[in-house]
Design a protein around this ligand. Structure first.
Ligand code: UD1
Length: 417
């Protein structure tokens, strides 16, 4: 088990290129099983979630090799349609393989993903949608079994714009007979990246990024090359670290057009933001100020994944902020740890009231989930004294070498194995 040791009080000041997006690369790697060909994926971040996805691919019989941030996936040798429980437990978002495997094999068997650290994460919307495409689904002994003689296009309405369900339908329907439409589809930029990847393979998908996605089934898909979009949540986290330390940061290989809600909030809190093509700069010379209400919403609303880093910033801002977490019911696990560092936060159900204090103090804290762990890093950089963050494996799921990038920008941060 690793921990991060951070001596707070140093300004973040520097420039670096942001990694590729975790939430784009995972469904795109799952999509490589569709074509039974050779795929090259560029800008692939070095994350434990990506390693877990590679393990799933290898378990299915695909061959995968990594050269720096390029992943080569050859799915021609795929010889299994099952994802065992051990792999499913490692990463619940492996459920995204369901649509891809069933499209390739007309059969799929994956272990139930179960609950997780940020909430229940049901998959009812995924299963209901797949059934509409003519796929028979049964659940037994903790496994979901899917069989289809033929996958047939259908008009699907999602009761909630679930990211994973939208992606699973796109994967399952791209080689279906006929046309599928998804109404109330998730609009996240990662959906557009998946659409682009699939279309490059030969799929006929349009509407990604909007409410309605149209998928015209094709007979065959081909191997492709693709570059993963930049990670908007990682970009946002580093901008928060700069704001929390009253620093100055330039991010390259990023895309401000995906980050409207995040950049607006930083501006409202008193930071100066400069946007250029593929580049965002932030300067923050004074203490940030609270904003009355921050509500997490599906894209293009304020993302749930950046709620916890912003709570660290609100904890040292001038005034009181109210957070409302509308997406996941258990996403305040960082609060106890921030409180150990001197934050004044009260939770009532999905609401958290954050009364800004002048400064936090270093403490021994424990990351309980990925983004909550990143929030502790932001808090520790700004705190007086030393902080030790345990359970860094959560942070490694989504942030490539977090200590390297922050140290490059003047942070005093080291990893202890
Ligand atoms: C994805 C992201 C995750 C992000 C989340 C919301 C990936 C790998 N992960 O997760 O980082 O926090 O979007 O932006 O891309 N729901 C149901 N039934 C379902 C599916 C979802 O009730 O069948 C509910 C969930 O419990 C949750 C909400 O819908 O309350 C959003 O979930 P969803 O958009 O599906 O998130 P994920 O795809 O799991």
């Amino acid at each position: 088990m690793s921990s991060l040791l951070i001596e707070g009080g140093n300004r973040i000041d520097g420039e670096f290129a942001v990694q590729g997006a975790k939430n784009a690369v995972l469904p795109i790697l799952a999509a490589t099983v569709l074509n039974g060909g050779k795929n090259v994926v560029y800008n692939c971040p070095d994350l434990s979630d990506v390693s877990s996805t590679v393990e799933v691919l290898e378990n299915l019989g695909c061959s995968v090799s990594r050269h720096g941030n390029i992943l080569n996936v050859d799915s021609s040798g795929m010889n299994s349609y099952t994802i065992p429980e051990t792999l499913m437990r490692k990463m619940r978002s492996s459920i995204i393989f369901l649509g891809a495997i069933i499209a390739r094999y007309k059969r799929a068997c994956v272990s139930m993903p179960g609950g997780c650290e940020i909430g229940l994460r049901p998959i009812d919307l995924h299963l209901k949608a797949l059934k509409s495409l003519g796929i028979e689904i049964s659940e037994a002994h903790g496994y979901i079994n899917c069989v289809a003689d033929k996958i047939t296009g259908a008009d699907i309405h999602l009761d909630f714009p679930s990211v994973g369900a939208t992606e699973n339908i796109m994967l399952a329907a791209c080689m279906a007979d006929g046309i599928t439409t998804i109404e109330n589809a998730a609009r996240e930029p990662e959906i557009v990246d998946l659409q682009n990847f699939l279309n490059r393979m030969g799929a006929k998908i349009s509407g990604g990024g909007g409410n309605v996605i149209r998928i015209e089934g094709v007979k065959k898909l081909y191997g492709v090359e693709h570059t993963i979009m930049p990670d908007r949540i990682v970009s946002g986290t580093y901008l928060v670290c700069a704001a929390a330390t009253r620093g100055h940061l330039v991010l390259t290989n990023t895309d401000y057009t995906h980050m409207g809600a995040i950049l607006n909030l930083l501006s409202d809190m008193g930071c100066r933001i400069y946007r250029e093509k593929n580049r965002i700069a932030i300067a923050c010379n004074q203490r940030t100020h609270a904003v009355p209400t921050i509500k997490t919403m599906p894209y293009p609303g304020f993302p749930t994944d950046i709620q916890s880093p912003f709570m660290s910033l609100a904890a040292i801002s001038d005034g009181t902020s109210i957070f409302v977490e509308n997406i996941f019911e258990n996403r305040y696990q960082h609060v106890d740890e921030l409180t150990r560092m001197g934050a004044d936060i009260r939770i009532d159900g999905r609401c958290a009231v954050v009364i800004g204090t002048k400064s936090l103090t270093g403490a021994n804290v424990v990351a309980k989930d990925l983004r909550g762990g990143a929030a502790l890093v932001a808090a520790a950089l700004a705190a007086e004294g030393n902080t030790t963050i345990e359970n860094v494996h959560f942070i490694d799921r989504g942030y490539e070498n977090i200590e390297k990038y922050l140290a490059l920008c003047g942070a005093n941060i080291t990893r202890k194995e």
